[in-house]
Design a protein around this ligand. Structure first.
Ligand code: 4AD
Ligand code: MG
Length: 434
């Protein structure tokens, strides 16, 4: 097809007084007397187009009168600067061709709809301005993450999705039929990443992870995107340093490149620019003390839940690490602290403003006997982890890594109430359609 001008290019101000052709969807329309105001969307932005009776052919003006929301069209006209138009520019049309006249009654037209209705019509709702903005911020986040990781010597690596043994505990494993047997969907790339550092050194991935989360919460999906990093010759402090540098780069890059989308979502880009390393670090013990002082009953040894994390986030205005979780609260691969073996060299990164955990990680066990002890302590079968244990036989090194939940991070950055809006087609305990 012949190429059209993108709306983003027009909104950048480079096309004023020029003749352009755009192609897009009719986002909405209003008319007054001899003039129709179209808001047209093309995936790069939205722009106002005016169709005036005395500037277009009669049949074009009549077609414009009858056109329905979401119809697709091609508009030719001249670009004018106009402060009253959203975005500051408009196209004064001289011609319009309808490419597809949409059916009447677009289901998610501008009126209030409940969340279930919008989830049932997600295939159409992703066209909304709000979803467009979130999805662009999400893409910008992953682009920035890749930039930082590539520039800092990390190699992208892909682990399998179909796996044979749990990484994060059996309770949230999805089972799939695998010919005559069974397999699981991956919860994390981690065990494979630990194998791959001996091949590639510092590595990362951006891939879906799956958790059969049986509770309905605002921060759990059953399928989420996981940004994971694994690094040889790295300890707990080293991995926290990587996390804070990476996240800072992502936030600053979004503040600069996605400012308009962020503002429209209610996030001031300046908030993100203020975030710089080092992030505060508190130990799990200190967190428990803080909670107890606040009158929150919490028993040492449990994992922090949403209520506890929410409480802690009120005390910080930027992301902060909680370190040294008890071994009872963390998966088998976490290295116990040699100075105090009842806790592990682990760290979760918590986002402020009530959001809580966005990353989990820490230092891994590198000694074969320590690993076997932890596998038995967790009632796991060493047979299932034979290849993983093997890694401690051939060139074991201190190493560490983490996983960042992409949707959790998008939800925080975009100030969303619910994680489901951080992904186009959310998978939840009660939802797998559309
Ligand atoms: O804390 P988690 O379970 O850690 C791991 O999976 C490690 N193996 C990662 C690693 O060290 N490579 O998960 C990591 C992050 C969490 O902090 C959270 O942000 C996100 O993944 N996450 C979820 N996001 C949405 N829905 C869920 N059900 C999630 N479960 C974890
Ligand atoms: Mg976790």
């Amino acid at each position: 097809m012949e190429s059209a001008t993108s709306i983003s290019e027009i909104l950048s101000g480079k096309k004023v007084n020029e003749d352009v052709t755009i192609r897009g969807w009719l986002h909405n329309k209003r008319s007054s007397g001899g003039i129709h105001f179209f808001i047209v969307r093309d995936g790069t932005g939205v722009i106002q187009c005016t169709i005036k009776k005395d500037r277009v052919a009669e049949d074009v003006f009549d077609a414009a009168k009858k056109i329905t929301q979401e119809s697709t069209m091609e508009i030719r006209g001249v670009v004018k600067e106009d402060q009253r138009a959203p975005g500051g520019y408009e196209i004064q049309a001289c011609d319009m061709k309808i490419l597809h006249l949409a059916e009447e009654g677009f289901p998610v037209a501008k009126k209030y709809h409940g969340p279930d209705f919008l989830l049932d019509h997600r295939h159409l709702w992703i066209r909304s301005q709000k979803m467009q903005r979130i999805l662009r911020v999400r893409a910008g986040m992953l682009r920035a993450a890749r930039e930082w990781l590539d520039q800092n010597g990390f190699t992208e690596f892909h682990a399998p999705t179909l796996i044979s043994a749990a990484c994060e505990g059996g309770a949230t494993l999805f089972t799939v039929k695998y010919f005559d047997g069974e397999a699981y969907l991956t919860q994390s790339w981690q065990l494979y990443a630990e194998a791959a550092i001996a091949s590639l050194g510092k590595i990362y991935t951006i891939a879906p992870s799956f958790r059969a989360e049986k509770s309905k919460t605002r921060r759990h999906l059953t399928e989420f995107w996981h940004l994971e990093v694994e690094v040889p010759w790295c300890d707990l402090e080293g991995i926290m340093k990587i996390e804070e540098d990476l996240l800072t780069y992502i936030l600053h890059s979004l503040a600069e490149r996605s400012a308009r989308d962020l503002e429209a979502l209610g996030r001031q880009p300046g908030d993100l620019l203020k975030i710089n390393p080092p992030f505060p670090r508190i130990t799990y013990d200190e967190a428990v003390e803080m909670l107890n002082r606040d009158g929150v009953k919490f028993e040492w040894g449990n994992d922090l839940g949403w209520i506890e994390e929410k409480r802690l986030t009120l005390k910080f205005d930027k992301p902060f690490f909680v370190t040294h979780y008890p071994r009872s609260a963390k998966a088998f691969y976490h290295k116990p602290d040699p100075r105090r073996p009842e806790v592990t060299l682990s760290a979760d990164l918590l986002a402020p403003e009530g959001y809580g955990e966005i990353t989990g990680g820490g230092q891994r066990i590198e000694n074969i006997n320590d690993l076997l002890d932890r596998i038995r302590e967790n009632n796991l079968n060493p047979e299932d982890y034979k290849w993983y244990i093997d890694l401690r036989r051939y060139g074991s090194v201190p190493h560490a890594g983490f996983g960042l939940g992409v949707e959790r991070t998008v939800a925080w950055v975009c100030k969303l109430n619910h994680i489901r809006d951080a992904i186009a087609f959310p998978r939840l305990i009660n939802r797998i359609y559309p």
